[in-house]
Each structure stands twice: as structure tokens, then as C-alpha cells.
Design a protein around this ligand. Sequence first.
Ligand code: ADP
Ligand code: MG
Length: 278
Amino acid sequence: MNLAIEAPGVVLAAGHVAASAQVVRNTLIEVQGVVKIYSTVAGESVLALDHVDLNIREREFVCLVGPSGCGKTTLLRLLAGLDHADAGTSSLDGKALNGPSPEVGVVFQQSNLLPWFTVRQNVMLPLRVGGGRRTAEREAAIQQLLEVAGLKGFENKYPYELSGGMQQRAAIVRALARDPKLLLMDEPFGALDALTRERMNAELQRIWMASGKTVVLITHSIDEAIFLGDRVVVMSPRPGRIVRDLQVDLPRPRIATETFGSPTHVRLSREVRALLDG
Ligand code: ADP
Ligand code: MG
């Protein structure tokens, strides 16, 4: 297993969180030489991923951007154990990824909440299915997550009684129900209006900071990627390859009014845009 030593924390403005000592974090995800080829109904082969290498450390927040159809969802599905690669290896915590795991939670663009269940029943569902264990401890932790996600008081509502943003927050809580190490998110806020989306980004940052999870988030929004990510990983047009892996050195918690327009934000968004345009 690889170990990575992070640079010592820098002194930040009051109110910002800084690591005060060197932190040693394990590599959580190792993807090496992953190739994915689809066969279409017409019998053609589509090379979706072409030798993708990606390492992600515990507690890292990695944002994945790339042109439509470049293989982002394909990569996420492989990480979720929902599909198999045609070549290469991928592992989670040193163990080969070869099927869905309780260590991985997934959030898609649509919340996919069950309409006939309340918010509480929806978020507790993973404790009942797929080998989940329903313990008083997990139930208390989920209640706490509902509060962090701003859903306190809405536990007994049905999905149709919630806004789109609240439904997505419930989907995030559900994905965290089994206390996974890894949270995978595929354009989770793509269907929301711009203002709600900005609020959701702030909420997600808060949930992530409180839960200490590792997150991989796919987004079309360069601003979202820079606001949320420790790293922004840029993919090429199909066949998907990783063309750049950018570190986002902005203090946390990030605040939209401070992050957007900062020299780091401007530099990174220009760089990502140039890569996506080129
Ligand atoms: P992205 O999420 O970046 O938009 P995808 O991972 O969904 O891209 O798809 C990558 C490529 O693989 C696209 O060209 C898409 O049409 C193709 N593809 C995805 N799923 C399948 C499938 N089940 N069968 C055939 N081709 C597929
Ligand atoms: Mg996709």
C-alpha cells in the first residue's frame, strides 16, 4: 500500500481549518491501466477508457471533469463495482474491486428516492438491504447526518414533498448510511438551478468535512470542481484518458464569495477551460 505524506499545514486566516501536523494518509483507490470497451447493439466496439491511471488518498475530494461522452460515468461505475474493466486493475483499500461493496456509496443525477417511502425510510433502507446491518449506532449516525444535511424536521415527509435540492441531500445521506469509505457522485447537482446548486456545494463541503469520507465527484461545472475539489482531474475526449491532475490549493471551508474570483480560482478555471476546449 502506498503512503503519501502531505505538506505541513500552512497558517491560514482565522476561522479556516489547517492541518497542524504532517498527516499520513493511505491510498484508498488505485486505478492502473484501466481499459473499458463497450460492444454496441450494432456489433461495434467503443473504446470508452484507454489506460486510465488514478490514485486517490483517504479523505481526499477529487472532482472529475471532461467532455460529454469521454467516459466519466464509465470510470465511476467501475469504481462502484457496477461494471468490469477489460484490462487493468482497480482496488479499494488494497482489495481488488470486483463488485458492489458496502464501502462505497453512490449518488446519481436523479435522487432515485423511493416515492412510497418517507425520507427516514429511504435513508435507512441501505441498513435493511444488501447485507446492511441495522444497529442503534448507525441509526443515530444517520439521524445526525440528516441534521448536518439540513433535513431535520423533514424525516417523515415523502420525496414529492421536498425540493429537488432536499431530495439530493437525502440521496447523499442514504449513500452514507452504511458508513462507506468512498462516496461516488455522478453530476449530483446537474438538475438543480444555479443558486440551489451553489448552496448544495456548500452543504456537501460541510457534510464531507464532518464525515471524513473520500469523495469522487463528476461535474460539468468547472466552478463546482474548483470550489469542492482538493484535486481537479481532467479527462480527454473519448477514449477517456487523464490529461491533467490539478491541485486546488484553497483554504477550507471554502466560501463562494472568497473562492470565486480569487487568483487561484481564476488560474485554475482558465487552465481547465483551455484543456476542455483544446
Ligand atoms: P460520460 O459520462 O463522460 O458522458 P460515459 O462513460 O457515459 O461518458 O460514456 C463513454 C462512452 O461510452 C460514450 O461514447 C458512450 O456512448 C459509450 N457507452 C456508455 N455506455 C455504453 C453501453 N452500455 N454500450 C455502448 N456504449 C456505451
Ligand atoms: Mg456521464
